[in-house]
Design a protein around this ligand. Structure first.
Ligand code: ADP
Ligand code: MG
Length: 665
C-alpha cells in the first residue's frame, strides 16, 4: 500500500479528508468510483441564450463585481456581457469572487438563466476559463461522492494521479469507470467489474456454505419450558409466521448440524422476539449468545427491551451490553463477565468481535439487520464461537430468487405476515407547494402527543448536490415552530454519546421533531412517532424508503408518511407511487425489480442492501444470475478452486474485501 501523501499536492491534512471518504492509499483511491457523470454542453453563442435550461456561454465581466452581506450570507453581484446581451449574476458565500472576477476578463459560465424583463439573470453559475472548459467538452466527466473540504475537481485530480502512480498496474476497466472514452466504454467497464464482483462474492458464499454443511454442532440443546412461558406471557400472540419460523430455529438448534439461517421479515414483522427466544433457549441450555446490531442506538434499545422482558417473565439469565463508545472501565467489567460466563446474553455492536472479547461458551450468534454488515464481520464473530449457530435477521425485502443467490450460504425463513392489529400507514407523495400544510400537520400530531421524523439525504450542504440537509432543515424547522416545539438532529458525523443522548430524548418525547439522515433507517423503535416526512424522496431507492418508513406505524395510532419530491420525471413518480399504494416490502421489491431493468446503470445501487462497490442486486439482477451460473459451473469442475487456472480467482475469493459497516453510521 502506498500512502496518499506520496502524491504531489497531498499533505497530512488532505490525506485526513480522503480518509473520510474511505480512501487510505493510492491503491484504494482508484476504487472511489463516481456516483454520477456529466457531459458539458457546447458553448451557446449570444443568440442561443435561452432561459430555464442548463447552458454554458462565454461572457465578459462588465464592471467590478459588488459584494454585500445579508445576515450571515455574503452576496456577490456582477454584470456579464455576452455579445450585446446583459446577464446579471449572483453568487452566495463566495466573497473572493469580487476580486478574482476582473472587469473585462472573459470566462465560460454554466448554469440556468432566468428571464428578467429586458435582461437575463443567473444564480450561482459555475465559472471556467475558456481553456479549462474546452478540456471538459466532449468527455464524460466523473462526479464523485465528496466530503466537506474536498471539491470534485480535487478528488478527480487525485484519482488521476493515483492511476499515474500505479503506472499501468490496474485493470483497464477500473480506469474506464473514472475517465471513459465514451458511454459505450463506460457501460462495458461497469458490466465487467460488476460481474467480477458478483462472481467472487458468490464463490465465497458457496465455499462458506460447504464448510457449514459439514460442520458438526458441539452445542447440543434440548427444548425448554422457559421459551413457552415467555411466549405465553407476551402482551400479544405470536403470528403464525413467527411461530413457524421459531419452530424452524428450534429444530436447527436441537439438531446435529450448526444452524446457518437467515430470517427475512418485513419491517415490523416482529423479528426481534424470535432472536430473543433463540437466545433464551441457548441460555437455559447453559450457553452464551451474542446479538449484534449495526448501530449503538439499536443495540441499546435491544438491551433495554431484553432486560425488561427477562424481568417480567422471570428469566434468570444475565444480559449485558457492549459497545464501542462505552468507557474503558465499563468495557473491562463487561468483558470479564463475558469471559467468566456470568453474562449469558451479550448484546452489542461490532465491538462484540474485537479480539479482546473472550467468550466463555458462545453457542449462538445473531446478527440483526444483516444487510448493514459485511459478510466478513458476520464471519469473524462466528469464528469466536467456533462453529456456533448463526442466525441472521434482515428486513431487506429481497425477492426469494435473489435471496437464494445472494445469501447462498444460508437456509432461509420468511416471516410473511405482520401482526394484525397494525393500522396500515397512510402515504402521500407531494411537492414543495404542500410544505406549509405538512408543517401544520406536524403541529396537529404533536399537539395530540405524537412525534415526527424528518429525513434528509445530506448532513450538510455539499457542492453540486441539490438536496435538503439535516443541519439547515433543523434550523428552518426550529425557526418555523418557535419554542413550543422542540426539534432535534441526528446524523452519522455526531459522536456516539451525542447520538445516544438525542435518541434517548426522542424516545422520552422531549424532542418532538427529529431531523435525521438515514441513520434512523435501522430498526429503531419509537412507537409514539406517527409522522415521517422524507425530503428529496426521489433520491432514495425504494427499498431504503420502505425501510425508513418502517420507523413509523409501530404503535396503535394511525401513522402517516409524506414523500416530498419536486421531481416531475414520470419514472420517478411511478416509483414513488409504488410506495404510496403499498406497505408490503416484498411486493415493493418485486415491483422495483420489474421497473428497473439492467438498463438502469447509475440507479440507486446502494439501496440499503449488501454494499457492493458497484453492483446492485436489483438493477444488475441479470448479471447476478449470470455470475451465479458461472460460479456453479466453476465449482462443479473444481470444488475448492485448487486448479492452476483458478489461482487468481482463488486469491480474489480469499482476499475479498467485504465492505465494512456503512461509513456514515
Ligand atoms: P422488526 O421485524 O422490524 O425487527 P420488531 O421485532 O422490532 O420488528 O417488532 C416491532 C414491534 O411489534 C415491537 O414493538 C414488537 O413488540 C411488536 N410485535 C412483535 N410481534 C408481535 C405480534 N405477534 N403481535 C403484536 N405485536 C408484535
Ligand atoms: Mg428489527
Amino acid at each position: 500500500m502506498t500512502p496518499l501523501t506520496e502524491l504531489k499536492g497531498i499533505g497530512e491534512k488532505n490525506a485526513g479528508l480522503y480518509m473520510r471518504l474511505g480512501i487510505d492509499s493510492v491503491e484504494s483511491a482508484i476504487y472511489h468510483f463516481p456516483r454520477d457523470y456529466v457531459t458539458y454542453e457546447d458553448i451557446s453563442g449570444p443568440h442561443e441564450l435561452y432561459a430555464d435550461r442548463l447552458i454554458a456561454f462565454t461572457a465578459s465581466v462588465a464592471r467590478r463585481p459588488s459584494v454585500k452581506r445579508v445576515r450571515r450570507l455574503s452576496v456577490v453581484n456582477a454584470d456579464l456581457a455576452s455579445g450585446g446581451i446583459l446577464i446579471t449574476s449572483t453568487w452566495f458565500n463566495m466573497p473572493y469572487l469580487a476580486n478574482s472576477l476582473k472587469p473585462g476578463s472573459v470566462y465560460v459560465f454554466r448554469g440556468v438563466l432566468t428571464s428578467e424583463g429586458d435582461h437575463f439573470h443567473i444564480r450561482q453559475p459555475q465559472i471556467f476559463t475558456e481553456e479549462a472548459y474546452s478540456d471538459l467538452l466532449g468527455r464524460i466527466n466523473p462526479i464523485y461522492p465528496l466530503t466537506k473540504g474536498l471539491t470534485n475537481a480535487s478528488v478527480s485530480k487525485t484519482i488521476k494521479r493515483s492511476f499515474e502512480h500505479l503506472a499501468g498496474n490496474y485493470k483497464q476497466e477500473v480506469y474506464d469507470m473514472h475517465f471513459p472514452k465514451d458511454s459505450e466504454t463506460l457501460k462495458r467497464a461497469r458490466e465487467t467489474l460488476v460481474y467480477d464482483e458478483f462472481l467472487v462474492f458468490i464463490l465465497r458464499l458457496r465455499l462458506m456454505k460447504k464448510q457449514g454443511d459439514t460442520a458438526h454442532n458441539d452445542f447440543g440443546m434440548i427444548e425448554c419450558a422457559e421459551c413457552a412461558r415467555v411466549i405465553e406471557k407476551l402482551p400479544y400472540r405470536l403470528t403464525g409466521a413467527q411461530l413457524r419460523v421459531w419452530d424452524e430455529i428450534r429444530s436447527d438448534m436441537c439438531s446435529q448440524r450448526s444452524m446457518r439461517r437467515l430470517v427475512q421479515g418485513d419491517v415490523g414483522s416482529g423479528k426481534t422476539i424470535i432472536a430473543v427466544l433463540a437466545a433464551i433457549m441457548a441460555g437455559i441450555n447453559g450457553y452464551q449468545s451474542a446479538i449484534m446490531a449495526p448501530t449503538e442506538i439499536l443495540a441499546g434499545q435491544h438491551f433495554n427491551n431484553i432486560r425488561l422482558l427477562f424481568k417480567e417473565s422471570g428469566i434468570d439469565l444475565k444480559p449485558v451490553l457492549l459497545t464501542g463508545s462505552m468507557g474503558a472501565a465499563a468495557k473491562r467489567d463487561v468483558r470479564a463477565k463475558i469471559e467468566s460466563g456470568e453474562a449469558s446474553v451479550i448484546i452489542g455492536t461490532h465491538a462484540l468481535f474485537q479480539e479482546k472479547v473472550i467468550y466463555h461458551n458462545l453457542a449462538l450468534v445473531v446478527t440483526d439487520e444483516q444487510h448493514r454488515f459485511g459478510v466478513r464481520q458476520r464471519n469473524t464473530l462466528s469464528e469466536k464461537g467456533d462453529m456456533a449457530h448463526v442466525l441472521v435477521m434482515s428486513a431487506t425485502p429481497i425477492p426469494r430468487t435473489l435471496a437464494m443467490i445472494v445469501y447462498g450460504d444460508l437456509d432461509i425463513s420468511v416471516i410473511d405476515e405482520v401482526p394484525a392489529h397494525k393500522k396500515p400507514i397512510k402515504n402521500a407523495v407531494v411537492n414543495e407547494s404542500y410544505r406549509t400544510k405538512a408543517y401544520e400537520f406536524f403541529r396537529k400530531e404533536i399537539a395530540a402527543g405524537h412525534q415526527v421524523y424528518v429525513i434528509c439525504p445530506l448532513i450538510e450542504e455539499s457542492e453540486g448536490m441539490d438536496a435538503r440537509c439535516v443541519t439547515e432543515e433543523a434550523k428552518e424547522l426550529s425557526a418555523y415552530f418557535g419554542d413550543d416545539i422542540r426539534v432535534g438532529m441526528l446524523h452519522g458525523q455526531m459522536k456516539a454519546s451525542e447520538k445516544q443522548r438525542v435518541m434517548d430524548e426522542f424516545v422520552g418525547n422531549y424532542i418532538n421533531i427529529l431531523v435525521s439522515t438515514t441513520v434512523v433507517e435501522v430498526g429503531v423503535n419509537v412507537p409514539n412517532a406517527t409522522v415521517m416526512m422524507i425530503e428529496n424522496a426521489d433520491r432514495f431507492g425504494l427499498a431504503a424508503l420502505h425501510q425508513l418508513r418502517g420507523r413509523i406505524g409501530r404503535g396503535a395510532a394511525q401513522s402517516y408518511c409524506i414523500f416530498m419530491s419536486s421531481s416531475s420525471n414520470p419514472d420517478t413518480m411511478k416509483r414513488l407511487d409504488i410506495l404510496r399504494s403499498s406497505n408490503d416490502g416484498f411486493k415493493i421489491a418485486e415491483e422495483d425489480l420489474k421497473m428497473r431493468g439492467p438498463g438502469d446503470m447509475f440507479g440507486l445501487r446502494q439501496s440499503g442492501d449488501i454494499h457492493f462497490r458497484l453492483g446492485d442486486i436489483y438493477g444488475d439482477s441479470a448479471i447476478l444470475k449470470k455470475a451465479a451460473d458461472e460460479a456453479s459451473s466453476i465449482l462443479r469442475e473444481d470444488p475448492d478452486l485448487s486448479a492452476d487456472v483458478h489461482a487468481d480467482l482463488k486469491k480474489a475469493v480469499e482476499n475479498i474485501a467485504f465492505s465494512d459497516v456503512d461509513a456514515t453510521i
